[in-house]
Design a protein around this ligand. Sequence first.
Ligand code: ATP
Length: 446
Amino acid sequence: MCAMKNPVRQTVLLNRLPVRQLHLLRQIGRLADERYVSVYLVGGVVRDLLLKRENWDLDLTVEGNGIAFARQVADRYGAGLAVFERFATARLTFPDGLKMDIATTRRESYAQPAVLPTVQPASIEEDLYRRDFTINAMAMQLNPGQFGRLLDAYGGQRDLRARTIRVLHAGSFQDDPTRIFRAIRFEQRFGFRLERTTLRLLAQAASTNLIQQLSGPRLQNEILLLFAEHDPVRAIARLAQLKLLRFLHRRLCYTKTVKRVVTAAPKALAWWARRFQDSVIDRPIVYLMALSSESSPDVVAAMIRRLALSRVQAENMSAGGSRVDRALKRLTNKGTVRPSQVYRLLADLSDEALVLLLAKQVDMKRGVRLSLLKRHLVAYVKNKAVKTALTGRDLQAMGLQPGPQYKTILGKLLDARIDGMITTEADERALAHRLLKKAVLVVREK
Ligand code: ATP
């Protein structure tokens, strides 16, 4: 095991934290001294302090019994506590909502590649050695005498300066293939490069079937985290370049068309967010839909299964193909489309599918049709709030017999409202009477 080479005291770094967090960490350091344990801030937050990036995910690790220490912290501050024994970690939620993870320093051993490891208590050096990349393998001690001491045994600062992502040992990707996606995530987020040997090891691991052995939820987690990044377009291109898309489906290709739709997605998302501020979009799913937008329904269905997507996510993915294409074609063709027809074309598409529809048109770069489509979308979202004044009860009171006519007549009333042909309840009643008469005639004729 590598000895601690660089125990620099950098209280200054911790001063970059908000006052509330800094104050709490000092108090926790004092509590650790009282309990004769060493406590450290560790991982991504230390990396981001060095990079001067905001990250208030407080991950702490304790040399000693982390869970027992977490209980003491929870007691002292009245924080909520959730314990995950298997991973020797606990999550605290303080009364003001602040969250903190406290773990026991540990080593991990992998009985088989790609499965979750078994963990055993270990020193802080070993704990740092089990981590994914050097830049994520640094810690800062919090005990008062050592407050702010930076532990960087594996060259994390060097790699931050050199802007490289480097694994700690040659078996890293084999132990845990999710690190392949994590490597791309950090590389793209920070604009770093994969260090040469790391890139070779990654390519080697990617050429085997290791990733296939990952469970659906674990693969889903990595893919959706990657697609939730600020700029997933580059990350998707990198996945394609490293031939990793095949793990979503062997026939998933990053064709020119797919690339154009994916590249258009940020613009479509930005327009949607500006226009409809109340709509909460599942951005990662939009990128996944864009990526599979040219795939056949059976490929999409297999991707849904492989990634163990939820029902809602799966519905979005399935709508992303021909249904979006059909609506797009109709809405951007020559000839007028009535607002009620727009409504019917879009009514069962989710907001995510509508963003995809827009991305497909952004991609076509036909300005006139793009603005037409945007107008349709704005009108559609407005029209979603339109309701008929009459209900089924009113039709019943007018003497309509039970049957499918209810849906048809109410649908026609809604269409007429949306198209502005009628505006008042009285108009609706008059139209309902005319439609009822027709319905009765039709029934009689039969
Ligand atoms: P982000 O900024 O995206 O939250 P992070 O570095 O904080 O990134 P987390 O997933 O929150 O990442 O994990 C916290 C720390 O735990 C990491 O910095 C790393 O030290 C360690 N870690 C997480 N996942 C792995 C893994 N798969 N293998 C090894 N170490 C990991």
